[in-house]
Design a protein around this ligand. Structure first.
Ligand code: NAP
Ligand code: ZN
Ligand code: ZN
Length: 349
């Protein structure tokens, strides 16, 4: 067993405080990773505050992990001491269902083992995430971080990046496709960069008029700000694909109305509140309402390589581990450009 320093929420909604987390002894295929950086995803906040129903406490959040391999199990073949690696939102899956065999481990029919707030395949051992100095993970669930990517700015790609890349690829974003991204936060800002690099025509739909300059700088062709997209008549039927990254409730009827014939509205944000939609909002133009979550290991590696070759990284603000509670409050106020990344050196001192 290996003890790592960490920050945890001891109970639902409580501020995160210093804690020690036990990491397992290395199994043959495990690597021990010293964590250098961990991004702060809105999903961390949702879960630490118990917004998604019953959750497991104490909880060490964090699933945008970049670090270095410092020790390897005896059967490890693809990772070596010193390698820069990443860990995203899951650390295991059943490995034999059609989804796992097809590289879609995030849709494992038995449920993926999430990096934190989850239990290992043994059904008992709790998982804890990347707000920590170290983590032990099976090498098959690690990613190689390309040399061309700065490790701190790469960290949020492990969740935010793949969450945007996977639906953009699945629904064929590219030249001639009109893509709208709703919400310019951690997910949205990297989504703009990736959609632009794929050649799509990119529009940002935001509730914050002050983000216009940033949206254009990030690569959007157009920006519209509104608190009520139902009243924006000039946007009706304007898009093939709308990616909703908002962390709160949205008006699905209004958003569906932005789609042209055969268009798709993809839910990525996970509002604690349920949504409703009128059948008429979909049937008239054969519109689809869909959802998507992160991506499989192979696709995540593909995304990292794509970002490296297109010079894409996240716009980040580095913080100390001790600043995490204030960072959550700032994230709720929309005061982050565009992702907090914890410098884990702050936890080692
Ligand atoms: P974030 O950085 O806080 O960004 C969310 C954005 O949504 C904000 O910047 C804001 O953009 C908009 N927004 C927030 N609150 C709003 C409100 N009350 N009304 C209207 N707009 C609001 O969060 P994130 O890390 O990008 O995550 C976004 C959501 O995606 C979260 O719910 C998270 O749990 C979820 N998520 C899902 C997946 C998945 O696999 N599907 C993966 C990661 C995260 P504007 O100011 O531009 O409107
Ligand atoms: Zn996340
Ligand atoms: Zn499976």
């Amino acid at each position: 067993m290996y003890l790592a320093k960490a920050f945890a929420a001891q109970r639902r909604g409580e501020p995160l405080t210093a804690w020690q987390v036990e990491r397992r002894d290395l199994r043959p295929h495990d690597v021990l990773i010293e964590i250098d950086y961990c991004g702060v995803c809105h999903s961390d906040l949702h879960q630490a505050r118990g917004e998604w129903g019953r959750q497991l406490f104490p909880m060490v959040p964090g699933h945008e992990i970049v670090g270095r391999v410092v020790r390897t199990g005896e059967a490890v073949s693809r990772r070596h001491s010193g390698d820069r690696v990443g860990v995203g939102c899951f650390v295991d899956s059943c490995r034999c269902c059609p989804s796992c065999r097809g590289g879609l481990e995030q849709y494992c029919s038995q449920g993926m083992t999430a990096t934190y707030n989850s239990v290992e395949r043994d059904g008992v051992t709790r998982t804890h995430g990347g707000y920590a100095t170290a983590i032990v993970v099976d090498e098959a669930y690690t990613l190689a971080i390309p040399e061309a990517l700065a490790p701190d700015a790469a960290a949020p790609l492990l969740c935010a990046g793949i969450t945007m890349y996977s639906p953009l690829r699945h629904w064929g974003a590219g030249p001639g496709m009109r893509v709208a991204i709703l919400g310019l936060g951690g997910l949205g800002h990297v989504g703009v960069k990736i959609a632009r690099a794929l050649g799509a025509e990119v529009t940002v739909l935001s509730h914050s008029p002050r983000k216009e300059q940033d949206a254009i700088r990030l690569g959007a062709h157009a920006f519209h700000s509104s608190t009520d997209f139902a009243s924006e008549l000039h946007l009706r039927g304007a898009f093939d694909l709308v990616l909703n990254t908002v962390s709160a409730g949205v008006d699905l009827d209004a958003l569906a109305g932005l789609l042209r014939c055969n268009g798709t509205l993809v839910m990525l944000g996970i509002s604690p509140e349920p949504h409703s939609i009128r059948g008429f909002s979909l049937i008239g133009q054969r519109r689809s309402l869909a959802g998507s979550t992160i991506g499989g290991i192979a696709e995540t590696q593909d995304m990292l390589d794509f970002c490296a070759s297109h010079g894409i990284a996240c716009d980040i603000e580095r913080i100390s581990m001790q600043d995490i509670n204030e960072a959550y409050e700032r994230m709720l106020r929309g005061d982050v450009r565009y992702r907090f990344v914890i410098d884990m050196a702050s936890l080692r001192v």
